[in-house]
Design a protein around this ligand. Structure first.
Ligand code: CTP
Length: 406
């Protein structure tokens, strides 16, 4: 289940051109299962209308402390008591300054001051010109606001509406959603350092050709995101895939199985969990031609011979740290038939405590999957669901098993 499902979010908009992105953000929050109550400052009303937000959230927007639709005329109390979180997006430089001072002369800052501080988190998505962001007053105010218990989600870097380039853009709506989902996820993997391989590998034949497979990397990326949400420090070693890096995850791009093996060897000594989701090519061409292999017109075909690639998972699982329980190893099995028998045999062969079986052809490239978890006690199904949901479910299952081992 999405961690935002059933949450009630007060979405506060202060003045800034990034207000146009708040519409998309409201839509994504609703899609994730949250209820959204939009609150706008007067300045926000210069950039986006209440009609837009009301239509997207299905709730009347509140913009004034003196809104007489509230039966008790206490919008600041009602709104802040109902919220599971208050998210200010966009949060302008002026609004940060107002928060730093504890101002309460308009509804949005008033309800931030009035919120029960222990129970209702205040999350900020700042948005402003790069000079405003870098200004010592803004940074000073932000530090004060953080010391008072608010959480800044950070800013993006890049081209700004004003034409300048630098830090200060509001995070994209999807990035804010990622941060929020992480915020609401129990920190089951706190303190863990998780290393994940994902995607296919590419084994070169010559400078323009190679051998690869249909793995999209989506399952591994979803697990990386879920592990980070659960509080782990995550390194993701990715074969050639076109997927955005989950927020807060360190990514290392590799091509061949041997590149992946080297990257894993470099990171495994400091990891506490290793999850091998990559569809690693079992063989590579014995020799890579220096130049493109050309047809010679005679109809003769090139003769390729292969050598076996290192088995990354088996190698890591056999390391002393894994054998002494300091590195928990999880393998995947991409099968085309007889999942339980193949996965159980593979678990033993690879020497891992947990092996996750899936039917490769049914899931490669798809957004959903079904998993079969095989450990020493037997097998457990995680029924068909989105890879995002399965990633979260798997992290939960792993965390339980790891706790059981301590
Ligand atoms: N794996 C690996 N290095 C390899 C091959 C596989 O780390 N050279 C890992 C995969 O990431 C996965 C597990 O081993 O976690 C099983 O991969 P899979 O391709 O299903 O199995 P294989 O070991 O290749 O065995 P087979 O081809 O016989 O099914």
């Amino acid at each position: 289940m999405n961690p935002l499902s059933g949450k009630h979010i007060v979405l506060g908009l202060s003045g800034g051109i990034a207000c146009y992105k708040a519409a998309e953000l409201a839509r994504l929050l609703v899609k994730a299962g949250a209820t959204v109550q939009a609150v706008m400052t007067e300045a926000a009303g210069q950039f986006i209308t209440a009609v837009t937000l009301q239509a997207l959230t299905g709730r009347a927007v509140v913009a004034s402390q003196w809104d007489l639709r509230e039966p008790n005329a206490m919008a600041h109390i009602n709104l802040s008591r109902e919220a599971d979180a208050i998210l200010i997006a966009p949060c302008s430089a002026d609004f940060i300054a107002r928060l730093a001072q504890g101002r309460s002369d308009e509804l949005l800052s008033l309800l931030c001051v009035a919120r029960p501080i222990e129970r209702v988190p205040l999350l900020l998505a700042p948005a402003m010109n790069r000079e405003m962001w870098a200004h010592p007053a803004t940074q000073r105010n932000l530090m004060q606001v953080a010391a008072d218990g608010a959480v800044s989600l950070g800013v993006g870097c890049g081209e700004q509406a004003c034409g300048e380039t630098g830090d200060g853009r509001m995070l994209e709506p999807a990035e804010i959603i990622e941060e929020l989902e992480a915020f609401f996820t129990p920190k089951r993997l706190a303190g863990e350092r998780v290393l994940i391989t994902a995607g296919p590998t590419f084994e070169a034949i010559d400078p323009v050709r190679g051998i690869t497979n249909h793995s999209s990397g989506k399952m591994g990326f979803a697990i990386a995101r879920a592990a980070r949400e659960a509080g782990a420090q995550v390194t993701l070693i990715a074969g050639p895939v076109h997927l955005p890096t989950p927020r807060g995850v360190a990514r290392v791009d590799v091509h061949s199985a041997r590149n992946m093996f080297e990257a894993v060897e470099q990171h495994a000594p400091t990891a506490t969990v290793f999850i091998a989701t990559a569809a690693v090519a079992d063989w590579r061409p014995a020799a890579v031609a220096l130049h493109k292999i050309k047809k010679d017109g005679s109809g003769a075909v090139p003769q390729l011979s292969f050598v076996e690639n290192p088995d990354i998972l088996a190698h890591v699982a056999a390391s002393p740290r894994a054998r002494h329980g300091q590195l928990y190893c999880v393998g995947f099995a991409a099968e085309s038939e007889d999942l339980l028998a193949n996965a159980s045999a593979k678990r033993k062969r690879k020497g891992v405590p947990l092996l996750v079986g899936n039917i490769g052809p049914a899931t490669f490239g798809q957004d959903d999957n079904a998993l079969l978890l095989v450990d020493e006690t037997g097998a457990q199904e995680l029924p068909r669901a989105s890879k995002r949901e399965l990633g979260r479910a798997l992290v939960q299952q792993m965390a339980e098993r790891m706790r059981g081992r301590q």
